[in-house]
Design a protein around this ligand. Sequence first.
Ligand code: CA
Length: 653
Amino acid sequence: MEETLSKRFVYTKEFDEKYRYDGKDLGAVCKNGHTIFKVWSPTAEQVELYLYRDGKSDTYRREQLRPGEKGVWSLEFAENMHGLYYDYFIMNNGKSLRTADPYAVGCGCNGERSMVVDLSLTDPEGFDQDRAPERPEENIIYELHIKDFSHDPESGVPEEYRGKYMAFTVSGKSGDHPTGMEYLKQLGVTHIHLLPFYDYGFTDEAGDHNQFNWGYDPVNYNVPEGTYATDVDNGLVRIRECKEMIQALHANGLRVVMDVVYNHTYEEDSCLNRTVPGYYYRRWANGKLSDGSACGNDVAAGRAMVDNYIADSVMYWAKEYHIDGFRFDLMGLLTVELMNRIRKELDAEFGEGEILLYGEPWRATESPMEEGTHAALKSNVHLLDEGVAMFSDDTRDVIKGNVFYEEEPGFVNGASGLEERVLCAPTGWKDAYEGFAPKSCGQIINYVSAHDNFTLWDKFVLSMHGPKALNGKAGEADYTKKYEDVLAVNKLSALIYFTCQGHLFMQAGEEFGRTKLGDENSYRSDPAINMLDWKRTEEYSELVDYYRGLIRLRKRMTGLTCKSADADKYITDKKVLGEKLVSFQVENPGAEMERLFVVYNASDGEATVALPEGTWFVLADAQITDCCKPVAGSDNTVRVAAQSGMILGRKAE
Ligand code: CA
C-alpha cells in the first residue's frame, strides 16, 4: 500500500469514503472454469493465499494476492478449484496472521479453514425448482432449534439424522402419532424460524452429540453450521444438507426464517478482525471495546463495509438458500439505516414484503453508534420501514408478567389493574403510549414465549405454584405436574395474542406445555433439557388441539390479520367489564363472520357477559377452538369460564 494506515484511521469517515467497495465478488468465486480470490483489506501490507487439498493436510501451494482498487486484493486461477480449502496470511503492521476468509461460502471442520465452492455444484436434486409456499393470510411463526427438533429418540427420526438438518427431510412419524415434520405440517403454522445455523463457535463440530448451544456465537457468517451436518469434514455436506432442509420445509408448506446475529461475533479475534484489524468493532472514545451485546464485542454497523457485509450476507442467504425471512438478534445494536436498506434491497430482488424481517428492538447495554445513524431500537420504530417488525415485549409482559422476575404475574396469572393495558394489545399498541409509535401493526410481533427466559409453562408453574407465588398457592413448583389452572391460563394467553393485530410468534412446544424444568437460560444446557419432548404432544394433546384451532381460526379473522396503517379501525368497543374482565369487538371484512366479540376473563370466577345485538356463535371458548356453537340460553348473555377467553362470531346478513 502507498501508506501505512494507523489503527485509528480505520474508524474515520475518510477511510470509508476512500475504501468503500460495492462489488459483490469478494470471496472465492468459481466462474467459467476460473477461480478468482478477492479479499477486502485496505490496511494489509501483504496477503498470501495458502491452498490445501482437504481440511487437515499441509499447504501444497502458496501465492501472493495483488493489491488493487479500494483495498481489494485479488488473484485469478485458470481452473475451477471447487472443493479445495484455503486461508490467508494477512500482514498488518508488519505482523502476519492466519485467517479464514470472512467472505467464504464454505469451510472445513470448526470453520478454521475456508473452502472454495462452486455453488452450482452444491444444490440437492430439484433445488432449482424449489419455491416457498404462497404467502399466507397471516404470518404464524414457530421458533425452533434444529437440534431440539429431533434429539428425542421419540421424534420418529432415524438415529443418524437426529439433531441434524436431515431430520427435516423424513416424515418423522412415531406410530400413529405425528411427530417431526409430519407434526409441523399438521400444526398449521406458516413459518419455521430456526435458531442460528450459520457456522458458530463454542461447540466442537468433531465432538459428541451431547454438546449443545443455541448458536449465538457467529464465526463464519455465510457458511452453515457443521454440527447439524452428517459429515463435518467435507465442507460440501453442510451446504447440501442445509439446502435439503429448506427444500423439505418448503415442500411441506412452510416458509423458513433464519435467526441472524450480526451484532457481535464469537470472539473479537475473528476472521473479520484478522483481515482488517479494528475496523469491524465498536470502541468507546477511551479505546475500550464496547459491549452492548453483553457477549464481549459489538459489530460496528453504520460503517460502510460493515453495512455492505451484513446486507450482502442477508441477500446471499435469501438467494442461495431460499430463505424467506430473517430475525435479527439484538437489532437495537444495528441501525435503522441498515435495516431499511436491507428491506429495500430484498424488496427489489424478491418483491415487496415477500421476505419477512423482524428483530429484537433492544440491546443489553449502551453502545457508541456511528455518527448520523439511529439505533434500531423500539423507541425508533417510527423511523424504521413499515416492513421491519419487532418483538413486542409489551404484549408478552402484559399477558404473562415480567420475564426477569419469576413471581411477577401478568394479566392472565394473577396481576390486578392490567385491564386497560391488556386492551392496548389487540391494536398492536398503536397510540398506546408516548414514545412508541408503530406505523402499523405490521411492525409488531405478538408473542408470549421464545428461547430466552422461562418457557411459558415454567413461568406459569413458578408464578402460580412456585415458592414465591403471590396467589396464596405458593409451594414446591413441580414442572412435570399437569396443573389445571396452568393449563387454563396457557390457553387464555394463546387466545389473547391470537386476537391481537400484528404477526404471531411462538416458541416450539408452547402448544404442548414445553418445560425445561425451570432452566431459565438453557443456551448451553444438556440437549435433553432443551429438546422437544415428543411424548408430551400426546400427553398435552388437548392443548395442541387448542392451538391448532386458534391457528386455523386466525387465518379467517380478517380484521385481525390486516396489516394496513389504519387496521386499528376494525377494533371497536373496547370495554373493561369488571376486575380482570375485558371485551372488544372486531369488524371482520369479507369473512363469513362479519363481526367478532372477544372476551378475556382472567378472574377466578365464571363471568356472565351481555352480548351485543344479533345472533352469536361461539368460535372459541375455554375448551375448544375453531368451533361454531350457538350460544346457550336466550337472554342474550354468555357465560365465560374462569381464567378463559372466548371468541364469538356474528354471521354476515
Ligand atoms: Ca461451528
